[in-house]
Design a protein around this ligand. Structure first.
Ligand SMILES: [Zn+2]
Length: 419
């Protein structure tokens, strides 16, 4: 091979590696299984995801509740036909996934920023989030500190901020995490907005002051750091961690927790987006966060894992449709949260147990924080929207999402303190 050719190859390969995966002509189909038989058939089709190049945006789990399925143009007709043969009538909710990706990227690029001011109404890269952590803790040195969980599979540090006012040691704690599923960008963005408001409005707003003073806050904006970085650089649709398992990459970090691990609503197939991992806590990220929570679990009274999308405020259990003994109290917290949320812009959320509201999912964060770490008020929240944009929510919805979710948090915080 002559030098010129090998150089060219290197350049080509470089370009190749730098290129992002495109989703031109990919669409999202919505189907509602009306009977157990249809639900069973739908699950079977989704389990066979490689056959149709399917990427599930929202899984199927409950009769009468929809699933959202992304499909490539190559398999569009075939998938439609297979669904129809099983009595399912799909409707297109997204016509061109790449178009939405491009729009989100462009609008994000167009958000005006003031030098030296963090723009909350914009999606941020992992480096930018880390800068925010450094800067905000420097700006509020008396009430904030940085906490580090562990290093990720690819060696990135998982970091968050602790907000603690007054006599920190005698107070209950509250843990908030975003970005466990990396493509759900509204989650870290909403968490950052709320944390920023809690600090910026602490002195001037009595309700915020009360919320902040009630707990020691542990706020982790980006849980799945490797996946998040990957959504910015390579594949906007990436959900899992980035650990290697044979031919496939990644474990679903919200199926990897050591509580009723890998039962219904999780997959043993390493190529599945719901892969539970080779064992419980196989993922250093999940193990790290769990150890951190367990170490502080005595005083930990609240936990929220923020996801998107579907607009749901949910409590355990995820692994079974049976309700836990504390469900009434837990769901009361959800009810108060969604009532407060709706008052801001009229955004409607549903609430209930995870398994009854969205689908059965075992080995999820909230089941473990409740079942193993004994945090009674443990929640999984699906933020905006209901599927028009899905994960590709335009940045002009970040601040509205942050505002309404902060109201929900204030209502829930009050409730938890008084119970
Ligand atoms: Zn999620």
């Amino acid at each position: 091979m002559d030098l010129k050719f090998s150089l060219c190859l290197v350049v080509l390969l470089g370009t190749c590696l730098a290129q992002k995966i495109r989703y031109d002509g990919f669409s999202v189909l919505r189907v509602v299984p009306k009977t157990e038989k249809e639900l069973f058939a739908l699950k079977k089709i989704l389990d066979n995801n490689r056959q149709f190049e399917i990427d599930v945006w929202r899984f199927a789990g409950v009769v009468g509740k929809h699933a959202d399925i992304q499909v490539s143009p190559k398999y569009f007709l075939q998938l439609n036909q297979t669904l129809a043969e099983n009595g399912l009538s799909p409707k297109v909710t997204v016509r061109d996934v790449q178009k939405l990706i491009a729009e989100q990227e462009l609008k994000n690029h167009e958000v005006k920023e003031t030098a030296g001011v963090f723009e909350y109404g914009k999606y941020h890269t992992l480096d930018e989030v880390n800068n925010w952590i450094d800067n905000i803790t420097k700006y509020y040195p008396n009430i904030t500190t940085v906490f580090e969980i562990t290093k990720s599979y690819e060696g990135r540090t998982i970091r968050g901020i602790r907000i603690s006012t007054g006599e920190g040691n005698s107070k209950p704690s509250f843990f908030i995490e975003g970005g466990i599923h990396s493509r759900e960008w509204i989650s870290p963005a909403t968490v950052l907005y709320m944390a920023g408001q809690m600090l910026d409005r602490y002195s001037a707003d009595q309700r915020i002051k009360q919320l902040v003073d009630s707990f020691n806050w542990f706020i982790l904006p980006v849980f799945n750091v490797d996946g998040y970085e990957y959504t910015w650089t390579k594949n906007r649709n990436w959900r899992k961690t980035r650990s290697k398992h044979g031919l496939c990459t990644g474990v679903d970090p919200n199926r990897n927790w050591d509580y009723e691990w890998c039962k219904e609503g999780a997959s043993k197939d390493p190529c599945s987006d719901m892969y539970c991992g080779p064992k419980a806590f196989s993922e250093v990220e999940v193990k790290g966060v769990a150890d951190f929570i367990m170490k502080n679990s005595k005083m930990m009274k609240g936990f929220i894992d923020f996801h998107s999308f579907s607009q749901l405020w949910m409590s355990p259990w995820g692994y079974t449709t049976k309700l836990p003994p504390d469900f009434k109290d837990q769901d009361k917290g959800s009810e108060l949260a969604v009532e407060a949320l709706e008052k801001v812009f009229g955004t409607k959320y549903q609430h209930g147990s995870i398994a009854n509201t969205i689908y059965v999912a075992s080995g999820s964060s909230a089941d473990w924080t409740y079942g193993a770490a004994k945090i009674k008020y443990s929640y999984g929240v699906e933020l905006r929207d209901t599927g028009k944009y899905g994960f590709l929510l335009p940045p002009d919805q970040i601040i509205p999402s942050g505002k309404e979710t902060l109201e929900a948090l204030i209502a829930l915080g009050n409730f938890v303190v008084n119970n």
